[in-house]
Design a binder for this molecule. Structure first.
Ligand SMILES: Cc1cc2nc3c(=O)[nH]c(=O)nc-3n(C[C@H](O)[C@H](O)[C@H](O)COP(=O)(O)O)c2cc1C
Length: 275
């Protein structure tokens, strides 16, 4: 009897040692996000549940009105006055996390003002930061650069961004993104690199026009393109030049990269714009 107890105790000790070891090695992850109209909230919740991570929402003390135009007007005033909105203080103990997923809607090309206010109140020195965002047309790369400037002593890892109009594609893309980043187990086919770009053909120009048609923020003509095969279709990387209009000031950006996806049986859609 005594020897059975000893064996059980040894097994229990071994199990404890193994489980403690696992906990010690697994990064402790917090998903911190701001969302006004719930797109980023849905993305944050998808990431947090896939990772079984803690999650916290940044809340503006005076919430932004749900209407788009009212929010724009308030933001313009705040940006001009240089006064960020007040936000509730963050409850999570940041010291107890290794990786912080920082999520936000893109406002005026970068992270939304309430997230800017929240980031002012914390120090992410030494942390790994994974940016994620939702946007009308793009802003992942510009906001990631802003995060890197804000936290020069943090390690900024590759991020994920999705258009508000493509939220249905988000769960699959998030899964792939988390596997690629080594955060969850799973298999994915690595994408081939884009080959060298060539001048757009008439057919490719039509694909570009169809993808951006009706999106008033992109008034541009495709110049060159590279295409690669992706699961279920083709992805194009267009370089486009804003269309000059007589009587209008010259566009701020001289060139933009626009990614377009054409999945089998589906119309072309643009997935993001990098300015
Ligand atoms: C004030 C404001 C500014 C915005 N600026 C941009 C922008 O510069 N670029 C862009 O692609 N989308 C922009 N958008 C669109 C939002 O990024 C997009 O709708 C986002 O999915 C909203 O996320 P949420 O539902 O989590 O609030 C803006 C929206 C608002 C309200």
């Amino acid at each position: 009897m005594k020897s059975i107890k000893l064996v059980l105790a040894a097994v229990a000790a071994l199990f404890l040692a193994v489980s403690c070891g696992q906990k010690k090695n697994a990064p402790r992850i917090l998903v911190l996000y701001y969302s006004q109209t719930s797109n980023t909230k849905a993305l944050a919740e998808e990431i947090a549940s896939s990772l079984e991570a803690d999650i916290e929402q940044v809340l503006a003390i005076k919430p932004y009105d749900g209407e788009y135009e009212k929010t724009i007007q308030r933001c313009i005033q705040e940006r001009e006055s240089g006064v960020l909105p007040e936000v509730q203080s963050i409850k999570a103990d940041l010291d107890s996390y290794d990786v912080i997923f920082v999520g936000y809607p893109i406002w005026f090309g970068t992270y939304a003002l309430p997230m800017a206010a929240a980031l002012n109140s914390i120090d992410l020195k030494g942390k790994k930061i994974v940016p994620f965002c939702t946007f009308g047309s793009g802003g992942l790369s510009s906001s990631t650069k802003d995060l890197a400037r804000k936290f020069p002593d943090a390690q900024i890892l590759p991020g994920y961004g999705v258009r508000a109009a493509r939220m249905d594609a988000m769960p699959d893309e998030v899964k792939r993104f988390l596997i690629e980043g080594g955060f969850i187990e799973g298999h994915y086919e690595p994408l081939e690199d884009f080959p060298a770009a060539h001048a757009v053909s008439e057919e490719e120009s039509d694909i570009f026009d169809a993808a951006v048609y009706g999106y008033r923020m992109i008034d541009a003509k495709a110049r060159s393109v590279a295409a690669r095969t992706v699961p279920g279709g083709t992805e194009y990387m267009f370089t486009a030049i804003p269309t000059p209009h007589e009587g209008r000031p010259a566009p701020e950006t001289s060139e933009m990269i626009i990614y377009v996806s054409v999945l089998d049986g589906k119309d072309p859609v643009f997935t993001q714009v990098v300015r």
